[in-house]
Ligand binder design. Structure first.
Ligand SMILES: Nc1ncnc2c1ncn2[C@@H]1O[C@H](COP(=O)(O)OP(=O)(O)OP(=O)(O)O)[C@@H](O)[C@H]1O
Ligand SMILES: [Mg+2]
Length: 599
């Protein structure tokens, strides 16, 4: 089942390259015919043109076509020209073969990368998170290279190899069945030895590929987290960790190299033994008069022609396992069903409602039986300790994950029934870790809103209180932000992410701790701006900070995935529960400050 599916994917990758590969295979076949016909001509030349053997029945038509044996004997150049013509045809078709093979390969690689990349982008988060970035990168790059090289360098040659082997075998049996039988018996031994090595190499290559993924994940994580590594003085630890992994990976390749070397040397040895046995048997047959000198030369030529394709066949078989591993790894990604985005159906309206929602990442519930309602146009504040499930709540609303139990409704419609394009197009979610792209500040804000005017971008930046900071940059809105926004402060990055979401002007907003790195005063002015500009929007505002949520129409306090308290700020303070405690802690001035104020 899995195999058939992989082949199905392979078919879709190769589809656009079929015409090129078709031409390549045809040209390859012509080249093969050229090489397999040569020994016959040489045998004819030795026995009947240079020697005086009578023309055998198989060659009669050929000799007559060239003007009869007497004519050829007096015009030896005919044989030279014939061989030269074959060589030229061979060269021309070799060129055609290589050209179309390369172009087919390029088309296939582009197709594979595009398919894989666009699929990775649409993978559900719950599944996408299972692989590290380095691992995904390896699948999108080196696995594709392994697979495409195998197809264009080897699989396409399969026809040539089969033709060469078949034609050579047929002629060998026609030339002398006894000698052909001896040759074949030894070939069986060579193929069996190759098959044993193949099984060992398959295992080794798989291990190497897996470790390459671990190594690139290690390097990638290090580069991304370079600031943390430096700040904590972990360079040495990280370098040692990388070196250890690198050494292990290199060691694996060394071991694989030993097996590969053993494979080549043993087959080389067996080939020589086979040649020796043939030489002795052939010489005996020639002395007995059962084989002509020309026939023996032709036989040895065919035997030599056989050796390379047989080796290639061995290589194809061993590489097939490597390519099979690569295809399997690509298949693993591509067979995970991608999210179906559906159509954007326009603006949604109505209340948001969570009904008995529970969620688990695998072990233990992160959210437990959570129910609440946010009336259209109202603001819900969500407050709670670290790990209490606040971000998970936001992710469930946008269907980044699906609830394990319960349902979520918008305007009475179950979010499961709303196409993702519509759902996500209506919810402006500002994530906790505002991601900043390596582009200009302006592009970073406009990235999610196609065709946004610069006036709108500036408007959104002003609402998010980041306009002033941007103006302060050397190139204003055209300032390029470094990788992952390292040149921006945490607060600037958060406000940039906020402006990006505000620009979309969605009817629903979810701010997931999106102003945690902004000072209280700026936080207050942003909330003031939001009220002014987006007064009609339905807002869920998640925060650790009481001041951020205290103006909300309703506040829910999450504790350990459950709603511990709910109500407006005044009521919650009066209740004297968790909220009241947090309120007390965060709003009360330290005793010394109060005393200082009194003085
Ligand atoms: N992708 C994930 N896989 C497994 N567990 C996860 C994943 N994301 C979050 N969790 C776990 O789920 C729980 C809730 O996480 P969540 O991010 O919702 O908390 P939070 O309330 O937003 O915390 P914070 O205030 O620190 O942002 C935590 O225990 C966390 O470890
Ligand atoms: Mg969170």
């Amino acid at each position: 089942m899995k195999k058939t599916k992989s082949r199905g994917y392979l078919g879709s990758f190769v589809k656009s390259s079929i015409p090129d590969f078709g031409v390549s295979i045809f040209a390859n076949a012509v080249c093969t015919l050229c090489t397999t016909v040569l020994p016959l001509i040489i045998s004819f030349a030795i026995d009947s043109v240079v020697g005086n053997e009578p023309v055998s029945s198989g060659y009669e038509g050929f000799a007559n076509a060239l003007g009869g044996i007497a004519f050829i004997k007096s015009n030896l150049w005919i044989m030279a020209v014939l061989i030269a013509v074959i060589a030229v045809v061979n060269a021309a078709f070799t060129f055609v073969n290589n050209y179309f093979n390369r172009s087919g390969n390029e088309k296939m690689v582009i197709c594979m990368r595009e398919k894989l990349f666009s699929h990775v982008q649409r993978l559900p988060l719950s599944r996408g998170a299972m692989n590290s970035t380095g691992d995904i990168i390896q699948r999108c790059t080196s696995d594709i290279t392994i697979l495409s090289n195998f197809i264009s360098n080897q699989l396409i040659n399969l026809l040539r190899i089969i033709i060469t082997i078949a034609v050579s075998m047929v002629f060998m049996f026609l030339l002398n069945p006894v000698l052909a039988g001896v040759s074949c018996a030894l070939i069986v031994v060579i193929v069996a030895v190759s098959a044993i090595f193949r099984a060992v190499m398959e295992k080794r290559f798989k291990m190497c590929d897996e470790q390459e993924g671990v190594l690139s994940a290690c390097a990638q994580e290090n580069l991304t987290g370079v600031r943390v590594v430096r700040a904590f003085g972990r360079e040495r630890y990280e370098r040692d960790k990388f070196e250890k992994q690198n050494e292990y990976y290199t060691g694996l390749w060394k071991k694989t190299g030993v097996v590969t070397a053993m494979y080549w040397s043993s087959t080389e040895f067996l080939n020589t033994v086979q040649f020796l046995v043939l030489m002795i048997t052939g010489t005996v047959l020639c002395i007995n008069g059962t084989l002509s000198a020309g026939g023996f030369v032709a036989f040895l030529s065919y035997n030599a022609l056989l050796i390379t394709p047989l080796r290639e066949l061995g290589r194809i078989i061993s590489n097939m396992s490597r390519a099979g591993v690569a295809l399997g790894r690509i298949n693993e990604v591509i067979s995970v069903p991608a999210e179906e985005l559906g159509e954007y159906e326009g603006r949604l309206s109505g209340d948001i409602e969570f009904k008995n929602v529970s969620f688990s990442f695998g072990e233990g519930d992160v959210l437990k039986d959570v129910s609440f309602k946010v009336k259209e146009g109202s603001v819900l504040g969500v407050i709670g300790g670290t790990g209490s499930g606040k971000s998970t709540l936001a992710a469930l609303l946008s269907r980044l994950y699906e609830p394990t139990a319960g349902d979520i409704y918008i305007g009475g419609r179950n979010v499961k029934d709303i196409p993702l394009a519509t759902l996500r197009g209506n919810i402006g979610l500002v994530m906790q870790d505002g991601y900043v792209y390596s582009r200009t500040v302006g592009e970073n804000i406009a990235i999610a809103s196609e065709g946004a005017e610069s006036g709108d971008v500036i408007g959104a930046a002003k609402t998010a209180c980041v306009h002033g900071a941007i103006e302060g940059f050397a190139n204003g809105y055209d300032t390029v932000v470094g990788e992952r926004g390292v040149t921006l402060s945490g607060g600037q990055r958060q406000r940039l992410a906020l402006a990006r979401t505000l620009l979309r002007g969605t009817p629903y907003f979810v701010f997931d701790d999106s102003l945690s790195a902004v000072d209280n005063e700026t936080d207050a002015s942003i909330r003031e701006n939001l009220k002014e500009k987006f007064g009609g929007a339905t807002v869920i505002i998640i925060s650790h900070r009481v001041t951020t949520v205290m103006d909300a129409d309703e506040i829910i306090v999450l504790e350990d995935g459950k709603i511990a308290e709910r109500g407006n700020s005044a009521r919650l303070v009066a209740n004297g529960g968790i909220y009241a405690r947090i309120y007390e802690m965060q709003t009360a001035l330290p005793e010394e400050l109060r005393e200082a104020e009194r003085e």
